[in-house]
Write a protein that binds this ligand. Structure first.
Ligand code: AVJ
Length: 330
């Protein structure tokens, strides 16, 4: 009944804000302090990330766009030879701008039959994507799923016996530690059948200065994106972070391929998290670790594939070798 649906929704919202509060308190009472980058993406964070994707320093989106524009037929050639009727699942779909190139291509082929399942933790960005596709590509069957990657792969609402192609684009896999990324990809493997496909967008190791600039743009959009996490905590968890007293500090380690972002407390200070009635103490210049954006070499990608039960079918790479979309098969 309608009232049951409303109760269920209210419960989901309550659970989501309780986990947010728990994660924030857990992270800020650890040493070193940390916050998960998955909480960047509220409505303001979605807007800031869209702005980042348009920055000249942020090459990732542009390069993946180039790969899709020039190589979509080659990418799908491999898959379509196998089946023309499949589920298209996208983990971390976001606003789906790049994916639209692929969707347009698939729609232009009358023999192809597919349903698109975009998965994202941000409800607002999924709604935007759905509205956009309804007006631009109304023939496409779209089933948005608001969920984490892990839960989506556990629940698999798309399961219908047809082959599945999972899209995991835009270097989203880079947001995890190496063990976590294996864990996520193992979940993907467990949630697929033999012969299913994964198209994984990975940022390649390259000149460290190019990487660092992508996370330290001149206009300070990435700084605002990082700081927005504190704004979100202030608003949703009744906290009182003073944004003037925290600075954005990105760094790239060419050895591990990790680009890490921190927020640095500019002085010794106390911050109240009202929703938990807790005080958090910061030392002068104490960091909060907020994000990891991992870069890989091709051999590391191949190793990751075999560790997670996939075979590498092919690498699709841009003209400068900055970014790759690698096709794996179970
Ligand atoms: C959306 C995770 C791919 O790590 O490059 C952009 C997010 N963070 N600038 C990335 C991000 C800072 C982005 N991903």
């Amino acid at each position: 009944s309608p009232s049951q649906i409303i109760l269920k929704l209210m419960n989901e919202i309550k659970n989501a804000s309780e986990t947010f509060l728990q994660d924030v308190i857990n992270g800020l009472t650890q040493n070193p302090k940390l916050l998960s980058s998955k909480y960047f993406y509220d409505a303001a964070g979605d807007k800031l990330f869209q702005k980042i994707m348009g920055l000249s320093e942020y090459y990732l989106t542009r390069k993946e766009f180039e790969i899709f524009e020039n190589q979509h037929a080659a990418i799908f050639g491999k898959i379509l030879r196998y089946s023309q009727d499949f589920n298209l699942v996208e983990l971390g779909a976001g606003d789906g701008m790049k994916t639209k190139i692929l969707l347009r291509y698939l729609r232009s082929k009358p023999e192809i039959n597919f349903t698109y399942f975009p998965v994202d933790i941000s409800g607002s960005v999924l709604q935007e994507l759905k509205n956009n596709l309804e007006s631009e590509l109304p023939e496409i069957d779209v089933h948005p799923i608001q969920s984490t990657y892990r839960n989506a792969m556990k629940e698999r609402v798309w399961e219908n016996g047809k082959p599945t192609l999972i899209l995991f684009l835009g270097s989203n896999i880079g947001n995890f530690s190496l063990n976590e990324s294996k864990d996520v990809l193992l979940h993907v493997a467990q949630g697929t059948q033999t012969h299913d496909w994964l198209l994984l967008g990975v940022d390649l190791k390259k000149d460290p200065s190019i990487i660092l600039q992508a996370y330290n743009d001149k206009q300070g959009v990435t700084r605002d994106f990082n700081l927005n996490l504190l704004t979100r905590i202030n608003r949703e968890l009744d906290a009182n972070f003073d944004l003037e007293q925290f600075t954005h500090w990105p760094m790239y380690d060419p050895l591990t391929g990790e680009c890490r972002s921190y927020l640095i407390s500019q002085k010794e200070q106390l911050v109240t998290i009202g929703a938990a009635n807790k005080l958090i103490r910061f030392e002068a210049f104490e960091p909060i670790f907020t994000e990891i954006s991992r870069k890989f070499s091709e051999s590391e990608i191949s190793q990751l594939a075999s560790d997670c039960g996939f075979k590498v079918v092919d690498f699709f790479t841009d003209s400068e070798n900055y970014f790759t979309d690698v096709l794996w098969q179970r």
